[in-house]
Write a new protein. Structure first.
Length: 143
């Protein structure tokens, strides 16, 4: 019997129960200087942010559509770029999704939802509260 992409992913998952620590990871402070976030401070229930969306050089929409997989790793949700939907290249996570959906089993369809790519938008902007940080990128879900 030939080994499928799903078998390979599940086998790899079983072997790697701990996430390897990444070298050269960006600090939280550097991340906040480069990327815009809408998280509220602890204890706050609402808030406002002022931004200026930067125009594109070619006059197209500043909102770029991109596809990501949202997967939970060590209890934290991580977004992984989908090369299949974005670049037309092979996407192992999408292959797992399609294979699980094709079985016809309800349990596989439920599991497949973990591998489904989701649409996001990315826009380049200036955070008016931190203009000295320069242009930032904001990624948010389609919905």
């Amino acid at each position: 019997m030939s080994k499928t992409t799903l078998d390979s992913v599940l086998s790899q998952y079983e072997k790697n129960t701990q996430r390897a620590s990444s070298n050269g990871a960006m600090s939280q402070e550097d991340r906040l200087k480069r990327y815009f976030t809408t998280y509220l401070p602890k204890g706050s229930k609402s808030g406002q942010k002022r931004v200026r969306i930067l125009p594109t050089s070619d006059g197209t929409s500043p909102f770029k559509e991109v596809w990501y997989h949202e997967v939970q790793i060590d209890g934290k949700w991580t977004k992984l770029y989908d090369p299949g939907k974005n670049d037309g290249e092979r996407s192992p996570l999408s292959e797992v999704y399609e294979e699980l959906m094709s079985t016809g089993k309800e349990s596989d369809k439920k599991l497949a939802m973990q591998y489904r790519p989701r649409k996001f938008y990315i826009v380049k902007l200036i955070d008016r509260e931190n203009e000295d940080h320069g242009p930032k990128f904001w990624r948010f879900k389609d919905n």
